[in-house]
Design a protein around this ligand. Structure first.
Ligand code: HPA
Ligand code: ZN
Length: 330
């Protein structure tokens, strides 16, 4: 209990957070009303509670279907601003001091929302958070694995005007049947533009996808990566290289990647000496923000003081903060 108290009160970073996954039912409802989305509203009987109840999933795909559906409430820069500022208020209350935020740029473009609309709104909120609450931040655009390799490459080409506000490129969306090596050309271009590279891999897909993300995409961090436990050689590689994994236990539970949090590999991965961080992924959908992930894992996964200390330290080590900026916190 004391450990939970401590973990929730000390400064930490969040490195795996989809801003669209912070859309709470109340905000979804308000924005749906704002934009007269009666199709969506009637599907949930004009009720926030019905929206809340719909947040139940079988697996990654069933989550993505709902998550993509609710994105239609995000239409103008003001919506993205509100979404992001609401998350930052929450992050601040949880003593998160540095955020690395994912957004699904290509998905928004596909549904007719300009990239400038998305980025302007998110960036304005991040700059507000920087000025008023002293947040540091990085913005990472995720390519959706549902994209064709050619479309993914085109998306990266179109990033040039936004380069000053973007720090990296990521990969998310349906893991099957879309292995990471489909996107090697897009990641190569991103790297040549000076963007840092991360990718979701080994969430429900096989350890082989983690290897592909490392070899073909040359990523610096793996998002999720919990399936590494099935491959001892890869586990040893990740230990030796200290390539970070951004692990999200409540997400894994809700998407049935694990049957229970007591069986979650987090503690074992820490004991094995991997650079693991704790994160919330899509907190509005998965029943908890970062501090809830800490408290539930202390309780159910048997995390001890040394595990929590490692997670907190790794949250800075694995971040894209430079050494000077890290000094401010460590
Ligand atoms: N996995 C894949 N795609 C996603 C996720 C995730 O956890 N969250 C949002 N998009
Ligand atoms: Zn994710």
């Amino acid at each position: 209990q004391f450990l939970g108290f401590l973990a929730t009160r000390v400064p930490k970073t969040e490195l795996h957070l989809h801003i669209e996954g912070t859309l709470e039912p109340e905000l979804a409802f308000q924005l749906a009303k704002k934009h007269d989305l009666h199709g969506l509203l009637s599907k949930y009987q004009y009720s926030v509670e019905r929206i809340q109840e719909s947040y139940q999933f079988e697996d990654l795909q069933s989550f993505l279907d709902l998550y993509y559906d609710f994105m239609q409430v995000l239409q103008d820069s003001e919506d993205f601003f509100r979404l992001t500022l609401t998350y930052l208020e929450r992050a601040r209350s949880q003593n998160i001091c540095h955020v690395e935020i994912f957004f699904d740029g290509p998905f928004h473009v596909k549904r007719g929302i300009a990239l400038s609309t998305v980025i302007d709104g998110i960036r304005a909120a991040l700059e507000y958070g920087e000025t008023h609450w002293r947040f540091t931040w990085r913005l990472i655009m995720c390519l959706q694995r549902e994209l064709s390799p050619t479309d993914a490459l085109q998306c990266v080409r179109e990033l040039a005007p936004f380069r000053p506000w973007l720090h990296g490129i990521g990969l998310d969306g349906a893991e099957f049947p879309n292995p990471p090596d489909r996107f090697s050309a897009a990641f190569e271009l991103a790297r040549s533009m000076g963007l840092r590279c991360v990718a979701h891999a080994g969430e429900e897909g096989p350890p082989e996808y983690i290897r592909m993300a490392l070899d073909s995409l040359q990523v610096e961090r793996i998002d999720h990566g919990v399936q590494v436990t099935k491959d001892p050689t890869l586990l040893e590689l990740l230990r030796a290289t200290q390539i970070p994994l951004t692990v999200c236990p409540l997400s894994n539970l809700r998407l049935h990647v694990v049957d229970s949090l007591s069986e979650h590999p987090l503690r074992q991965l820490l004991d094995d000496g991997l650079c693991v961080t704790l994160n919330s992924d899509d907190p509005a959908y998965f029943g908890g923000y970062l501090n809830e992930n800490f408290t539930v894992m202390i309780r159910e996964n048997g995390l001890r003081c040394a595990h929590v200390a490692a997670l907190l330290q790794n949250s800075f080590v694995a971040s894209f903060l430079d050494t000077d900026e890290c000094q401010r916190y460590l």
